[in-house]
Design a binder for this molecule. Structure first.
Ligand code: ZN
Length: 67
């Protein structure tokens, strides 16, 4: 287990480390966030919640339910 790694920025998806496009993380209104208009994948949310460290938003690519 690695210790003392630098905390990932809140703007990065915990699943793929890409920009999660979270409005809150970039200081904008949460009502502007993509997740407010999309339905989120529960499995992805669960995976993100299981990651260590502070909770972070997942990105549209990982979180959006594709039907
Ligand atoms: Zn992602």
């Amino acid at each position: 287990m690695l210790i003392n790694t630098a905390p990932e920025p809140a703007t990065q998806c915990p699943l793929c480390d890409q920009d999660n496009q979270c409005a809150v993380a970039t200081g904008r209104e949460s009502s502007n966030c993509w997740c407010m208009q999309a339905s989120l994948d529960n499995a992805a949310k669960q995976q993100a919640a299981n990651r260590s460290g502070p909770p972070r938003c997942i990105c549209p690519k990982c979180g959006r339910v594709t039907t």
